[in-house]
Design a protein around this ligand. Structure first.
Ligand SMILES: Cc1ncc(COP(=O)(O)O)c(C=O)c1O
Length: 452
């Protein structure tokens, strides 16, 4: 398996040839999930003592397993948050594997860590954080939010200890009623409470509600989470207002920009993120709107030393790493071994330059607004909220849950589009999440026309 033989050379060639075809394919269908019974019938038992050989295994993947995975980078994949990796980022992801880089420590991966940190420094600068800010690329927004909140709690705990005060009965994180489910998940993992601030009818969490929560819970609050682009609606909380509360209260400000913070790189959306420069930590997922393959989340801390104290793992076999003063990415999140998952973004960004990113993100925002105008102009559909970033939520007048489900299934069966039903305040709706520069207004109008 490890020797360089004719067989292993052929395997590498076959795999690279398949990857090349797939990356450069312009017409990969949307595809759709098979049932477990269908896959059992088509793929059967795939593992045996003898092995089936690479040719058969790859054919099985190409003909059965891959077509039963939805193409998340398809221009008409508009559900959840799609992926839309640049060709350069996807191709470079192969190199990340091929070079077997260990991304956890400077000792083992200095060049990779340097490149990742260059991207993080660029993001920090764009977002107005000080030059001393730093962090790490982790698996996704869920782990990014958890890691930031763990650092925030460690900091809050230390401050209370230094002040000679005991721990509160319960630590609290303050977040909007429209915050992503990963915040509640982090709170469950950490066994802390969430103080939920009700967002306004427009979906925005405002400073008044946060102030009330801070007054109620005092320094039991480990962090206030501002959502920089909610998943359901792409709405940005009142970041400027909440950040200004720092003049009255001492609290850790975390910005969950997993989906939306990429928009802060553009001129048209940057004003929505005023106050970002006061964040103590933030996340943005390159696998969402920064055009890299799964999975990658950039996690940044204003003061990385706080995170290092919270996260460094200590063990005898790790002393060689932890006794050094070099930058070890593993010290900044809840993981040790790590893939250098910031490298695909580094390569694509270094290749095309930041302006290409700004232009592509701006185009999605403009497309979302054009789609909203089309919806407003039609009698059979109704906009639920004006879009801010690139999520458009709308209702088909007169439809119930079952109608949306039926319509959505048909769209996928016809291989037309992937738009799963959603809902708001108990009312069913449909939602376009647009991050793919290849999605066009005609695509979206074509989908609206299927609802007539
Ligand atoms: C605002 C927000 N935060 C966190 C997450 C979780 O990110 P991930 O799915 O990468 O764990 C998402 C995912 O859509 C999100 O939109």
């Amino acid at each position: 398996m490890h020797a360089i033989t004719d067989e292993t050379t052929q395997i590498v060639d076959m795999v690279l040839e398949y990857a090349r075809r797939r990356i450069l394919s312009d017409d990969t269908p949307l595809d759709k999930p098979f049932t477990p019974a269908e896959l059992r019938r088509l793929a059967g038992r795939t593992i045996s003592d003898e092995g089936m050989g690479a040719r058969r295994a790859l054919a099985l993947f190409e003909n059965v397993l891959a077509p039963s995975c939805i193409t998340t980078e398809h221009p008409q994949y508009l559900s959840f948050i799609p992926s839309a990796p640049s060709k350069a980022a996807t191709a470079f992801d192969l190199i990340v594997s091929a070079t077997a880089v260990y991304g956890g420590s400077w000792l083992e991966g200095s060049g990779a860590v340097y490149a990742e940190n260059d991207v993080l420094a660029w993001l920090a600068h764009e977002f107005g954080l000080p030059e001393t800010a730093g962090g790490v690329f982790v698996q996704g927004g869920t782990i990014g939010n958890l890691s930031a909140l763990v650092a925030a709690r460690d900091h809050a705990d230390r401050l209370r200890r230094e002040a000679g005060r005991p721990r509160p009965e319960r630590w609290v994180v303050v977040a909007s009623s429209e915050a992503h489910s990963s915040i509640a998940s982090a709170a469950r993992v950490m066994d802390i409470d969430v103080s939920v601030v009700r967002a306004g009818d427009d979906g925005i969490m405002r400073a008044d509600g946060v102030r009330d929560a801070l007054r109620e819970h005092g320094d039991a609050v480990i962090a206030v989470v501002v959502t920089g682009g909610s998943t359901n609606f792409g709405i940005v909380d009142d970041l400027a207002g909440v950040a200004a509360l720092k003049d009255e209260h001492d609290f850790w400000l975390h910005v969950d920009g997993a989906y939306g913070l990429a928009a802060a790189l553009t001129e048209i959306a940057r004003p929505r993120f005023a106050g970002l420069e006061r964040a103590d930590s933030l996340i943005v997922d390159p696998h969402k709107w920064l055009f890299t393959p799964f999975d990658s989340c950039a996690l940044l801390y204003r003061d990385p030393e706080i995170a290092r104290l919270a996260h460094t793992q200590h063990a005898e076999y790790l002393d060689a790493l932890t006794d050094s003063s070099e930058w070890n990415p593993s010290d900044y999140s809840v993981q040790l071994t790590r893939r250098a998952r910031g490298l695909p973004l580094w390569f694509s960004l270094a290749t095309f330059g930041a302006q290409a990113y700004r232009d592509a993100i701006t185009a999605s925002i403009e497309l979302a607004h054009a789609a909203a105008a089309e919806i407003t102009a039609r009698d059979h559909v109704r906009l639920v909220r004006d879009p801010q970033l690139s999520v458009v939520v709308f209702e088909r007048i007169g439809w119930e849950h079952g109608d949306y489900a039926h319509w959505s299934n048909r769209l996928l069966d016809d291989q037309h589009a992937f738009v799963v039903p959603s809902s708001h305040a108990g009312r069913p709706n449909a939602r376009f999440a647009i991050v793919n520069p290849r999605t066009t207004l005609d695509d979206l109008i074509g989908i609206l026309d299927t609802m007539v």
